[in-house]
Design a protein around this ligand. Structure first.
Ligand code: PLP
Length: 369
């Protein structure tokens, strides 16, 4: 069986796949209204919020765009905190829509420092909003979001959060932390296929929305709110994925949110200990290493692409390579959503077998399994 260990799309439980295969229904009918209502309220439990929540049919990038176009106007000064490729993407979206982007950049592999955010906000009172990636999937680093949010609250700025690869797996306490616009995507921690983006909108974000002048149509949350009031989505939703999501959320509710967090912490630690036992080095600053994706340095003299190909062709293990400037320099193991200890132990066992075949001598203790 294929062991899909990339940070999204992630494996989907067989019963969820079966649910996805149910016949189509009228998306403007009573049955869909029931599903939409149940899924929306369940999702609020996972976002830990009482804010409005909308489900948009789009990938994660679409909901990042929704965060920007729904709250900002062209010319608005924004601070984008970037620690990797997804932070850069947030900045590029804001720029594409005419925001005046000021950047706080970190060396890839590091986390953002809330004190730097404080300095940046103090130095530039014109900043209206802060855009931040919670979990940087490209580098395997989780930003200290709670501390960053506390600083942003001190300055009373709008906080837009890309929680695509963290929400449901790593704590995101939307209301406790005062997060204004939080976005996530179905194919990461939610045990369902790609197609749905979920967003939560605080009262402060609604105030910004009322004045926001960036062009928008498909992602307009006013349309989403209007239709949700009638038990509908504004445009045709990915109905199949809604079926699966309702079941996946039931399964997750049975496990319990805090237990899900604990499972991700435990499994991530197994991965980190395991790769180190193989003689490999983590790419991330370990104090901020992500519990949903681990980035591992490709050892000197090893061809990262050849390692990936060998794992896939001969061991049915799919791992991810590095993005942008990290191509060939790291590989990444996804461990979020529908993931067990056995899944990651199996992946580590494959690495122990494959690494010597691409010229890396695994220490004796690491090869024992
Ligand atoms: C996956 C991901 C996204 C969205 O990517 P899509 O391919 O558009 O779904 C955004 N941010 C982060 C941190 C991600 O991991």
């Amino acid at each position: 069986m294929i062991n899909l260990r990339i940070p999204g799309p992630t494996p989907v439980p067989p019963e969820v796949l079966e649910a996805n295969a149910r016949p189509m229904i009228n998306h403007r009918g009573r049955e869909f209204a029931g599903i939409l209502d149940r899924v929306t309220s369940r999702l609020k439990e996972f976002f830990l919020t009482k804010n409005d929540l909308f489900i948009l049919t789009t990938s994660g990038t679409g909901v990042m765009e929704a965060a920007v176009v729904n709250t900002l106007s062209p010319g608005d000064r924004v601070l984008v905190i970037s620690i990797g490729a997804f932070g850069d993407r947030f900045a590029n979206i804001a720029k594409a829509y005419g925001a005046d982007v000021s950047r706080l950049d970190y060396e890839w592999g590091k986390a953002a420092d809330p004190e730097d955010v404080r300095r940046a906000l103090a130095a530039d009172p014109a900043i209206k909003a802060v855009l931040v990636t919670h979990n940087e999937t490209a580098t395997g680093v989780t930003n200290p979001l709670e501390d960053i949010a506390r600083v942003v609250r001190e300055f009373d700025k709008l906080l837009l959060v890309d929680a695509v690869s963290s929400l449901s797996a790593i704590p995101v306490r939307t209301d406790d932390w005062g997060l204004d616009f939080v976005v996530t995507g179905s194919q990461k921690g939610w045990m369902v296929p790609p197609a749905l983006g979920m967003v939560s909108v605080s009262p402060r974000a609604w105030e910004a929305h009322a004045k926001a002048k960036m062009p928008r149509f498909y992602f307009d949350i006013s349309a989403a709110k209007d239709y949700l009031g009638r038990g509908q989505t504004a445009w045709t939703p990915a109905i199949s994925v809604f079926y699966g999501l309702e079941l996946a959320l039931d399964m997750m509710a049975r496990e319990g949110l805090e237990n899900i967090f604990a499972r991700h912490r435990r499994i991530a630690q197994i991965v980190r200990d395991g790769v180190k036992a193989l003689g490999l080095e983590l790419f991330a600053d370990e104090r901020f290493a992500s519990d949903t994706v681990s980035a591992v340095k490709v050892p000197e003299g090893v061809d990262g692409k050849a390692l990936q190909k060998l794992c896939e062709d001969e061991y049915d293990l799919i791992i991810a390579g590095g993005q942008a400037k990290l191509a060939g320099k790291i590989f990444r193991i996804g461990h979020l959503g529908f993931v067990s200890e056995e899944d990651v132990r199996a992946a580590l066992d494959v690495l122990a077998k494959a690494l010597p075949r691409v010229g890396f001598a695994v220490p004796a203790a690491g090869s024992g399994g």
